[in-house]
Design a binder for this molecule. Sequence first.
Ligand SMILES: Nc1ncnc2c1ncn2[C@@H]1O[C@H](COP(=O)(O)OP(=O)(O)OP(=O)(O)O)[C@@H](O)[C@H]1O
Ligand SMILES: [Mg+2]
Length: 322
Amino acid sequence: MSHRDSNQLITDPQETIHLLQKELAESNSGLVALTLELEQRVEERTAQLREAHNELRKTNTELMQLTLELEDRVTRRMEEIQKLNQELEARVRERTAELEASNKELEAFSYSVSHDLRAPLRAIDGFSLALLEDYEQQLDDQGKDNLRRVRAASQRMGQLIDDMLDLSRVTRREMRREKVDLSALARSVGEELRQREPHRQVDLHVAGGAVVIGDPHLFHIALENLLGNAWKFTGKKERARIEFGVAEDGGSPRFFVRDDGVGFDMRYVDKLFGAFQRLHAQGEFEGTGVGLATVQRIIHRHGGRVWAEGAVEKGATFYFTL
Ligand SMILES: Nc1ncnc2c1ncn2[C@@H]1O[C@H](COP(=O)(O)OP(=O)(O)OP(=O)(O)O)[C@@H](O)[C@H]1O
Ligand SMILES: [Mg+2]
Protein backbone atom coordinates (compact mmCIF):
# COMPACT_ATOMS: atom_id res chain seq x y z
CA MET A 1 0.00 0.00 0.00
CA SER A 2 2.79 2.31 0.70
CA HIS A 3 4.38 4.27 -2.09
CA ARG A 4 7.39 4.77 -0.03
CA ASP A 5 10.48 2.74 -0.18
CA SER A 6 11.70 1.85 3.28
CA ASN A 7 15.10 2.90 2.17
CA GLN A 8 13.90 6.25 0.85
CA LEU A 9 14.95 9.19 2.92
CA ILE A 10 12.23 11.49 4.13
CA THR A 11 13.29 15.00 3.99
CA ASP A 12 10.12 17.03 4.11
CA PRO A 13 7.78 16.43 7.07
CA GLN A 14 4.96 18.26 5.27
CA GLU A 15 5.23 15.91 2.42
CA THR A 16 5.30 12.95 4.81
CA ILE A 17 2.05 14.05 6.47
CA HIS A 18 0.48 14.57 3.13
CA LEU A 19 1.53 11.16 1.99
CA LEU A 20 0.25 9.58 5.17
CA GLN A 21 -3.09 11.41 4.86
CA LYS A 22 -3.45 10.18 1.32
CA GLU A 23 -2.67 6.64 2.35
CA LEU A 24 -5.20 6.85 5.19
CA ALA A 25 -7.89 8.19 2.88
CA GLU A 26 -7.24 5.39 0.43
CA SER A 27 -7.39 2.66 3.06
CA ASN A 28 -10.51 4.30 4.54
CA SER A 29 -12.37 4.18 1.29
CA GLY A 30 -11.26 0.54 0.92
CA LEU A 31 -12.68 -0.19 4.36
CA VAL A 32 -15.94 1.53 3.51
CA ALA A 33 -16.25 -0.55 0.34
CA LEU A 34 -15.52 -3.73 2.32
CA THR A 35 -18.03 -2.81 4.99
CA LEU A 36 -20.65 -2.12 2.35
CA GLU A 37 -19.96 -5.39 0.68
CA LEU A 38 -20.12 -7.26 4.01
CA GLU A 39 -23.37 -5.55 4.95
CA GLN A 40 -24.85 -6.51 1.65
CA ARG A 41 -23.80 -10.11 2.11
CA VAL A 42 -25.20 -10.16 5.66
CA GLU A 43 -28.47 -8.77 4.32
CA GLU A 44 -28.58 -11.35 1.59
CA ARG A 45 -27.86 -14.18 4.02
CA THR A 46 -30.45 -12.79 6.46
CA ALA A 47 -33.02 -12.74 3.68
CA GLN A 48 -32.17 -16.33 2.76
CA LEU A 49 -32.37 -17.41 6.39
CA ARG A 50 -35.68 -15.64 6.83
CA GLU A 51 -37.04 -17.39 3.79
CA ALA A 52 -35.80 -20.75 5.04
CA HIS A 53 -37.26 -20.00 8.45
CA ASN A 54 -40.61 -19.11 6.92
CA GLU A 55 -40.61 -22.27 4.93
CA LEU A 56 -39.78 -24.28 8.04
CA ARG A 57 -42.60 -22.58 9.90
CA LYS A 58 -44.97 -23.42 7.09
CA THR A 59 -43.86 -27.06 7.04
CA ASN A 60 -44.16 -27.17 10.80
CA THR A 61 -47.69 -25.85 10.73
CA GLU A 62 -48.60 -28.33 8.03
CA LEU A 63 -47.07 -31.14 10.07
CA MET A 64 -48.94 -30.09 13.16
CA GLN A 65 -52.15 -29.97 11.21
CA LEU A 66 -51.46 -33.42 9.83
CA THR A 67 -50.71 -34.75 13.31
CA LEU A 68 -53.93 -33.30 14.63
CA GLU A 69 -55.86 -34.80 11.74
CA LEU A 70 -54.18 -38.16 12.30
CA GLU A 71 -54.91 -38.05 16.02
CA ASP A 72 -58.48 -37.23 15.21
CA ARG A 73 -58.74 -40.11 12.78
CA VAL A 74 -57.12 -42.54 15.22
CA THR A 75 -59.50 -41.46 18.00
CA ARG A 76 -62.48 -41.86 15.69
CA ARG A 77 -61.28 -45.29 14.51
CA MET A 78 -60.70 -46.39 18.09
CA GLU A 79 -64.17 -45.28 19.05
CA GLU A 80 -65.57 -47.22 16.10
CA ILE A 81 -63.60 -50.33 17.10
CA GLN A 82 -64.74 -50.01 20.70
CA LYS A 83 -68.33 -49.72 19.57
CA LEU A 84 -67.95 -52.71 17.26
CA ASN A 85 -66.36 -54.69 20.09
CA GLN A 86 -69.18 -53.86 22.42
CA GLU A 87 -71.72 -54.86 19.78
CA LEU A 88 -69.84 -58.11 19.17
CA GLU A 89 -69.63 -58.90 22.86
CA ALA A 90 -73.33 -58.21 23.25
CA ARG A 91 -74.07 -60.50 20.28
CA VAL A 92 -71.82 -63.25 21.65
CA ARG A 93 -73.58 -62.97 25.02
CA GLU A 94 -76.98 -63.14 23.33
CA ARG A 95 -75.96 -66.07 21.14
CA THR A 96 -74.44 -67.91 24.12
CA ALA A 97 -77.59 -67.41 26.14
CA GLU A 98 -79.70 -68.65 23.18
CA LEU A 99 -77.45 -71.68 22.73
CA GLU A 100 -77.48 -72.46 26.42
CA ALA A 101 -81.25 -72.24 26.46
CA SER A 102 -81.66 -74.47 23.41
CA ASN A 103 -79.06 -76.88 24.80
CA LYS A 104 -80.98 -77.12 28.04
CA GLU A 105 -84.19 -77.65 26.10
CA LEU A 106 -82.62 -80.39 23.99
CA GLU A 107 -81.12 -81.99 27.05
CA ALA A 108 -84.47 -81.89 28.83
CA PHE A 109 -86.16 -83.27 25.73
CA SER A 110 -83.77 -86.21 25.33
CA TYR A 111 -83.97 -86.83 29.04
CA SER A 112 -87.73 -87.06 29.08
CA VAL A 113 -87.86 -89.09 25.85
CA SER A 114 -85.34 -91.55 27.25
CA HIS A 115 -87.25 -91.67 30.47
CA ASP A 116 -90.58 -92.24 28.72
CA LEU A 117 -89.08 -94.98 26.55
CA ARG A 118 -88.27 -97.04 29.60
CA ALA A 119 -91.87 -97.95 30.49
CA PRO A 120 -92.89 -99.45 27.11
CA LEU A 121 -89.53 -101.18 26.92
CA ARG A 122 -90.07 -102.74 30.33
CA ALA A 123 -93.50 -103.89 29.08
CA ILE A 124 -91.96 -105.53 25.99
CA ASP A 125 -89.39 -107.34 28.11
CA GLY A 126 -91.90 -108.25 30.83
CA PHE A 127 -94.57 -109.59 28.45
CA SER A 128 -91.97 -111.54 26.48
CA LEU A 129 -90.85 -113.14 29.71
CA ALA A 130 -94.49 -113.86 30.62
CA LEU A 131 -95.03 -115.46 27.22
CA LEU A 132 -91.93 -117.59 27.65
CA GLU A 133 -92.97 -118.75 31.10
CA ASP A 134 -96.75 -119.07 30.78
CA TYR A 135 -96.95 -120.43 27.25
CA GLU A 136 -93.90 -122.62 27.29
CA GLN A 137 -95.91 -125.70 26.24
CA GLN A 138 -97.56 -124.00 23.27
CA LEU A 139 -94.37 -122.46 21.87
CA ASP A 140 -91.98 -124.41 19.71
CA ASP A 141 -88.21 -123.91 19.89
CA GLN A 142 -88.20 -121.32 17.11
CA GLY A 143 -90.88 -119.27 18.92
CA LYS A 144 -88.97 -119.44 22.21
CA ASP A 145 -85.73 -118.43 20.51
CA ASN A 146 -87.44 -115.46 18.86
CA LEU A 147 -88.83 -114.34 22.19
CA ARG A 148 -85.40 -114.62 23.80
CA ARG A 149 -84.03 -112.41 21.03
CA VAL A 150 -86.78 -109.85 21.67
CA ARG A 151 -85.80 -109.83 25.33
CA ALA A 152 -82.06 -109.50 24.61
CA ALA A 153 -82.69 -106.62 22.20
CA SER A 154 -84.99 -104.80 24.60
CA GLN A 155 -82.49 -105.25 27.40
CA ARG A 156 -79.74 -103.83 25.20
CA MET A 157 -81.99 -100.92 24.33
CA GLY A 158 -82.63 -100.44 28.04
CA GLN A 159 -78.87 -100.29 28.59
CA LEU A 160 -78.52 -97.69 25.82
CA ILE A 161 -81.27 -95.59 27.37
CA ASP A 162 -79.69 -95.81 30.81
CA ASP A 163 -76.33 -94.75 29.37
CA MET A 164 -77.99 -91.87 27.57
CA LEU A 165 -79.62 -90.76 30.81
CA ASP A 166 -76.26 -90.99 32.60
CA LEU A 167 -74.65 -88.92 29.88
CA SER A 168 -77.41 -86.36 30.20
CA ARG A 169 -77.00 -86.25 33.98
CA VAL A 170 -73.32 -85.40 33.61
CA THR A 171 -74.31 -82.18 31.83
CA ARG A 172 -77.34 -81.33 33.98
CA ARG A 173 -75.64 -81.91 37.32
CA GLU A 174 -74.69 -78.92 39.41
CA MET A 175 -70.87 -78.71 39.46
CA ARG A 176 -68.91 -78.72 42.69
CA ARG A 177 -65.42 -77.28 42.93
CA GLU A 178 -63.07 -78.73 45.48
CA LYS A 179 -59.66 -80.32 45.88
CA VAL A 180 -59.59 -83.77 44.28
CA ASP A 181 -56.72 -86.26 44.45
CA LEU A 182 -56.86 -87.89 41.02
CA SER A 183 -54.07 -90.32 41.96
CA ALA A 184 -56.07 -91.66 44.90
CA LEU A 185 -59.18 -91.80 42.75
CA ALA A 186 -57.33 -93.73 40.01
CA ARG A 187 -56.03 -96.23 42.57
CA SER A 188 -59.50 -96.87 43.99
CA VAL A 189 -61.03 -97.25 40.50
CA GLY A 190 -58.21 -99.69 39.68
CA GLU A 191 -59.05 -101.71 42.81
CA GLU A 192 -62.74 -101.85 41.84
CA LEU A 193 -61.77 -103.15 38.38
CA ARG A 194 -59.46 -105.75 39.89
CA GLN A 195 -62.18 -106.96 42.24
CA ARG A 196 -64.59 -107.34 39.36
CA GLU A 197 -62.12 -109.48 37.41
CA PRO A 198 -59.65 -110.95 39.92
CA HIS A 199 -58.30 -113.46 37.42
CA ARG A 200 -56.85 -110.72 35.19
CA GLN A 201 -53.12 -109.97 35.37
CA VAL A 202 -52.79 -106.23 35.14
CA ASP A 203 -49.84 -104.06 36.24
CA LEU A 204 -51.43 -100.81 37.22
CA HIS A 205 -49.05 -97.86 37.70
CA VAL A 206 -50.49 -94.72 39.23
CA ALA A 207 -48.37 -91.57 39.50
CA GLY A 208 -48.83 -89.81 42.83
CA GLY A 209 -49.68 -86.22 43.67
CA ALA A 210 -52.15 -85.44 40.89
CA VAL A 211 -54.24 -83.03 42.93
CA VAL A 212 -56.67 -80.79 41.05
CA ILE A 213 -59.71 -78.60 41.65
CA GLY A 214 -63.03 -79.89 40.35
CA ASP A 215 -66.05 -82.08 40.94
CA PRO A 216 -65.02 -85.33 42.68
CA HIS A 217 -68.07 -87.26 41.49
CA LEU A 218 -67.55 -86.23 37.84
CA PHE A 219 -63.83 -87.05 38.02
CA HIS A 220 -64.73 -90.45 39.42
CA ILE A 221 -66.99 -91.11 36.42
CA ALA A 222 -64.28 -89.90 34.00
CA LEU A 223 -61.57 -92.13 35.49
CA GLU A 224 -63.97 -95.07 35.69
CA ASN A 225 -64.51 -94.75 31.96
CA LEU A 226 -60.87 -94.18 30.98
CA LEU A 227 -59.43 -96.89 33.24
CA GLY A 228 -62.43 -99.11 32.48
CA ASN A 229 -61.66 -98.83 28.76
CA ALA A 230 -57.96 -99.53 29.36
CA TRP A 231 -58.97 -102.56 31.39
CA LYS A 232 -61.47 -103.76 28.79
CA PHE A 233 -59.31 -103.22 25.68
CA THR A 234 -56.35 -105.06 27.22
CA GLY A 235 -58.65 -108.00 28.01
CA LYS A 236 -57.07 -110.27 25.44
CA LYS A 237 -53.58 -109.94 26.84
CA GLU A 238 -52.05 -112.49 29.15
CA ARG A 239 -50.50 -109.69 31.17
CA ALA A 240 -51.44 -106.07 30.66
CA ARG A 241 -49.95 -102.77 31.71
CA ILE A 242 -52.08 -99.73 32.51
CA GLU A 243 -50.71 -96.40 33.61
CA PHE A 244 -52.19 -93.24 35.02
CA GLY A 245 -49.64 -90.44 34.81
CA VAL A 246 -48.99 -86.72 34.70
CA ALA A 247 -46.70 -84.85 32.31
CA GLU A 248 -45.82 -81.18 32.13
CA ASP A 249 -47.37 -79.41 29.16
CA GLY A 250 -46.03 -75.86 28.89
CA GLY A 251 -46.27 -75.29 32.64
CA SER A 252 -49.68 -76.91 33.15
CA PRO A 253 -50.21 -80.59 33.91
CA ARG A 254 -51.38 -83.03 31.26
CA PHE A 255 -52.88 -86.22 32.68
CA PHE A 256 -52.99 -89.47 30.78
CA VAL A 257 -54.28 -93.04 30.91
CA ARG A 258 -52.16 -95.42 28.85
CA ASP A 259 -52.58 -99.11 28.06
CA ASP A 260 -50.89 -101.73 25.93
CA GLY A 261 -54.07 -103.26 24.59
CA VAL A 262 -55.61 -103.65 21.13
CA GLY A 263 -55.32 -99.92 20.38
CA PHE A 264 -57.23 -98.33 17.50
CA ASP A 265 -56.78 -96.91 14.03
CA MET A 266 -55.80 -93.20 14.23
CA ARG A 267 -57.83 -92.55 11.05
CA TYR A 268 -60.99 -92.80 13.17
CA VAL A 269 -59.71 -90.88 16.17
CA ASP A 270 -62.33 -88.13 15.61
CA LYS A 271 -65.15 -90.63 16.11
CA LEU A 272 -64.01 -91.85 19.53
CA PHE A 273 -65.62 -89.11 21.60
CA GLY A 274 -68.98 -89.11 19.79
CA ALA A 275 -71.92 -90.70 21.65
CA PHE A 276 -72.60 -94.28 20.57
CA GLN A 277 -69.51 -94.35 18.35
CA ARG A 278 -67.45 -97.52 18.67
CA LEU A 279 -64.42 -98.76 16.80
CA HIS A 280 -64.69 -102.32 18.04
CA ALA A 281 -67.53 -104.76 17.45
CA GLN A 282 -69.97 -105.57 20.23
CA GLY A 283 -69.09 -109.26 19.89
CA GLU A 284 -65.42 -108.50 20.45
CA PHE A 285 -65.70 -105.99 23.30
CA GLU A 286 -68.93 -105.10 25.08
CA GLY A 287 -70.16 -101.55 25.44
CA THR A 288 -72.60 -98.94 24.23
CA GLY A 289 -70.11 -96.25 23.19
CA VAL A 290 -71.02 -93.47 25.59
CA GLY A 291 -68.03 -93.73 27.93
CA LEU A 292 -65.73 -91.36 26.08
CA ALA A 293 -68.57 -88.95 25.22
CA THR A 294 -69.18 -88.77 28.97
CA VAL A 295 -65.46 -88.23 29.66
CA GLN A 296 -65.36 -85.42 27.09
CA ARG A 297 -68.35 -83.65 28.64
CA ILE A 298 -66.80 -83.89 32.09
CA ILE A 299 -63.45 -82.52 30.94
CA HIS A 300 -65.11 -79.74 28.94
CA ARG A 301 -67.21 -78.77 31.95
CA HIS A 302 -63.94 -78.29 33.83
CA GLY A 303 -62.64 -76.08 31.01
CA GLY A 304 -60.16 -78.70 29.79
CA ARG A 305 -59.31 -80.65 26.67
CA VAL A 306 -59.26 -84.38 25.98
CA TRP A 307 -57.68 -86.28 23.09
CA ALA A 308 -56.37 -89.70 22.17
CA GLU A 309 -53.45 -91.39 20.50
CA GLY A 310 -53.22 -95.01 19.50
CA ALA A 311 -52.25 -97.59 16.93
CA VAL A 312 -53.77 -100.95 16.05
CA GLU A 313 -52.41 -103.63 18.40
CA LYS A 314 -50.06 -101.06 19.97
CA GLY A 315 -52.18 -99.72 22.78
CA ALA A 316 -53.85 -96.37 23.38
CA THR A 317 -53.25 -93.22 25.40
CA PHE A 318 -55.97 -90.81 26.46
CA TYR A 319 -54.77 -87.36 27.51
CA PHE A 320 -56.61 -84.59 29.27
CA THR A 321 -55.89 -81.16 30.66
CA LEU A 322 -58.01 -79.14 33.08
N1 LIG B 1 -58.23 -97.91 25.64
C1 LIG B 1 -58.75 -98.10 24.42
N2 LIG B 1 -58.11 -98.87 23.51
C2 LIG B 1 -58.62 -99.05 22.29
N3 LIG B 1 -59.78 -98.52 21.86
C3 LIG B 1 -60.46 -97.76 22.71
C4 LIG B 1 -60.00 -97.49 24.04
N4 LIG B 1 -60.89 -96.71 24.64
C5 LIG B 1 -61.86 -96.49 23.76
N5 LIG B 1 -61.63 -97.11 22.60
C6 LIG B 1 -62.46 -97.13 21.38
O1 LIG B 1 -63.37 -96.06 21.47
C7 LIG B 1 -64.71 -96.52 21.46
C8 LIG B 1 -65.58 -95.63 22.29
O2 LIG B 1 -65.22 -95.77 23.66
P1 LIG B 1 -66.34 -95.59 24.76
O3 LIG B 1 -65.75 -95.72 26.10
O4 LIG B 1 -67.09 -94.35 24.43
O5 LIG B 1 -67.33 -96.77 24.46
P2 LIG B 1 -67.29 -98.29 24.92
O6 LIG B 1 -66.23 -98.52 25.91
O7 LIG B 1 -67.30 -99.10 23.70
O8 LIG B 1 -68.70 -98.43 25.61
P3 LIG B 1 -69.15 -97.88 27.04
O9 LIG B 1 -68.03 -97.03 27.56
O10 LIG B 1 -70.36 -97.09 26.75
O11 LIG B 1 -69.39 -99.07 27.85
C9 LIG B 1 -64.61 -97.94 21.93
O12 LIG B 1 -65.69 -98.71 21.49
C10 LIG B 1 -63.30 -98.38 21.30
O13 LIG B 1 -63.51 -98.73 19.96
MG1 LIG C 1 -66.02 -97.25 27.60
